[in-house]
Design a protein around this ligand. Structure first.
Ligand SMILES: *Cc1c(COP(=O)(O)O)cnc(C)c1O
Length: 231
C-alpha cells in the first residue's frame, strides 16, 4: 500500500470514529482531500485508493491538474480566496466553491457558469473567529448575503464554510464550529435549505465532526507537509 493510501485509510478511520462519538453516520461526512501544492500523480494515487473529491486553493495550479486528470471522474472544489478576475475559470472548471464572501463574486460565478453544467455548489465563508486578518463575511452579515446568493440562478447555495483561528484543546476548537452550525440552523429556520457545513482540517477534524461538519477538508494528514517553496 502507498503512503497516500494508508494515510487516507487512517483519516477515514478517524472520521468514522468521530462520527461514532457524535452518534452520526460516517456516510454523512465527505472527505475533501486538499491537494494544493501536490502533483497530479499524488491525486491519481489518492483516486486509486478510493478518494473522489479534491480541494485546490491556487487557480493556475488547479487548472493544470484538472487538465492532466481529465480521464478520471473527480469532483473538484475551489477552496482558496477568489479574485474577481478569476471567477470565469472557477465557474467553468469546478463543481464546488467554498470561499464565497461577497455578493459581487457570487453574481459573477452565476453569470459565468456554463449552462450545460449543473448549478455551481457554493458555501459562504464566515469569519467565526472574528480576527481581522481572515477572509469571510461577519456572522451578523451572513443572513443578508445568504438570501441574495440563494436567488442567483446558476448557483446552488449549499451551506457555510469556516477556517477558525487555530486553538488547542477539543472544547476550545468546538466553539467556532458550534457557532457556524447555529448560524446555519438559523438560516434554515428562515426558509433556506442548507445541508453543508464545510469545517475541520487535519488537526481539528474531531471537533468539527462533533459539531456537525458534513465536509472536512484535509490536506497534510493525507499528502504530508506542504512545501510552498517549491511551488
Ligand atoms: C490548505 C487548506 C486545508 C487543509 O489543511 P490541512 O491542515 O493541510 O489539513 C483546508 N482548508 C483550506 C481552506 C485550506 O486552504
Amino acid at each position: 500500500m502507498t503512503i497516500i493510501a494508508s494515510n487516507l485509510q487512517a483519516v477515514n478511520r478517524a472520521i468514522a470514529q468521530a462520527a461514532r462519538t457524535a452518534q452520526r453516520r460516517a456516510e454523512s461526512i465527505t472527505l475533501l482531500a486538499v491537494s494544493k501544492t501536490f502533483s497530479a500523480s499524488a491525486v491519481r494515487e489518492a483516486y486509486h485508493a478510493g478518494q473522489r473529491a479534491f480541494g485546490e486553493s491556487y487557480l493556475q495550479e488547479a487548472l493544470d491538474k484538472i487538465e492532466a486528470l481529465r480521464d478520471l471522474p473527480l469532483e473538484w472544489h475551489f477552496i482558496g480566496p477568489i479574485q474577481s478576475n478569476k471567477t470565469r475559470s472557477i465557474a467553468e472548471n469546478f463543481a464546488w466553491v467554498h470561499g464565497v464572501d461577497r455578493l459581487k463574486i457570487a453574481e459573477r460565478l452565476s453569470a459565468q457558469r456554463p449552462q450545460n453544467l449543473p448549478p455551481l455548489n457554493v458555501c459562504i465563508q464566515v469569519n467565526v473567529s472574528g480576527e481581522d486578518s481572515k477572509s469571510g463575511v461577519a456572522p451578523e452579515e451572513t443572513t443578508g448575503l445568504a438570501q441574495d446568493v440563494a436567488r442567483l440562478p446558476y448557483l446552488r447555495l449549499r451551506g457555510l464554510m469556516a477556517i477558525p483561528a487555530p486553538v488547542e484543546g477539543l472544547s476550545e476548537q468546538r466553539k467556532p464550529f458550534a457557532r457556524l452550525r447555529e448560524l446555519m440552523q438559523r438560516l434554515n429556520a428562515q426558509g433556506l435549505e442548507l445541508d453543508t457545513l464545510s469545517m475541520g482540517m487535519s488537526y481539528d477534524l474531531k471537533a468539527a465532526i462533533l459539531e456537525g461538519a458534513t465536509i472536512v477538508r484535509v490536506g497534510t494528514a493525507i499528502f504530508g507537509q506542504r512545501n510552498y517553496g517549491e511551488k
